[in-house]
Design a protein around this ligand. Sequence first.
Ligand SMILES: Cc1cc2nc3c(=O)[nH]c(=O)nc-3n(C[C@H](O)[C@H](O)[C@H](O)COP(=O)(O)OP(=O)(O)OC[C@H]3O[C@@H](n4cnc5c(N)ncnc54)[C@H](O)[C@@H]3O)c2cc1C
Length: 290
Amino acid sequence: MAAEGTEFRVNANVGGPAGEATSVGVDELREEFDAVVLAGGATQWRDLPVPGRELDGIYQAMEYLPPANRVQMGDLAQPPISAEGKHVIIIGGGDTGADCLGTAHRQGAASVHQFEIMPRPPDTRSERTPWPTFPLVYKVTSAHEEGGERLYSVNTTHFSGVDGVVKKLHGNQVESSVLNGRPTFEPVPGSEFELDADLVLLAMGFTGPEQGGLLNDLGVGLDARGNVARDDAWRTSVEGVFSCGDMGRGQSLIVWAIAEGRACAASVDRALMGDTLLPSPVAPTDRPLG
Ligand SMILES: Cc1cc2nc3c(=O)[nH]c(=O)nc-3n(C[C@H](O)[C@H](O)[C@H](O)COP(=O)(O)OP(=O)(O)OC[C@H]3O[C@@H](n4cnc5c(N)ncnc54)[C@H](O)[C@@H]3O)c2cc1C
């Protein structure tokens, strides 16, 4: 029997016939397989530790989105968290926030606001991001075309509620500047506001792979950002254990995960067979220009 925390989940997402996860201990995994590839993603979320965060009705995007997808797939009858008839506020102006926005509209939200603490990006590429670097521009995704209001340079100070359930978000406008290379945000005097909020979704980014459990038990080394460290052949610090995708790169994009997975497969093939014919489209240290 595996000790607590030493389990490797199999079928956690795809689901077996009964949709249940099975568990394999790390020792068993190592014994049975010559190579192990860690490709578990980077879904350790950022939180918002402000007063009122503990109220019901405030959830992480990743608590909200995956079950909503399962409803669409026919795996669940009802979403455990629904935006139907609710005033929804999404905190975080990125792609995860856009996914929440689209989902909330389709569930029949009464209103949807999306907050971003950074200023609104310019409509066109700025001089600081010349082609072919990635341009930081105002993006209107298909989800945004469906509605909702986007607010920039806003900070959430606290939540208030009734009977333990969130009812209002309190915030203010902020002025941003850069101090020692890091952004800082100063409240704009007199800009305090409150908004009705029955459902708040936190979509403020991810800090890396979920720590503990499997990573601990395998004893793989981490890099300075808390991602699984790997060498130029996708090998972690533990013999026979490789890593690719977000787990090594940090939260990124699907194209990188696909390219990394292919390159990692080539490396595993080479390690096991002595050589490989598989393509290796990227190196672990490759990054987009910018
Ligand atoms: C909400 C959201 C929206 C995004 N939108 C976009 C987008 O529009 N475009 C884009 O390019 N990218 C997007 N991304 C990023 C993209 O999803 C990732 O970069 C990509 O999926 C990473 O692939 P991966 O295989 O490394 O990890 P993942 O796709 O995260 O897959 C990891 C899998 O491993 C499973 N797992 C974790 N631990 C274990 C374990 N112990 N045992 C068994 N299984 C385990 C997880 O459940 C998961 O299924 C988005 C990410 C999020 C979170």
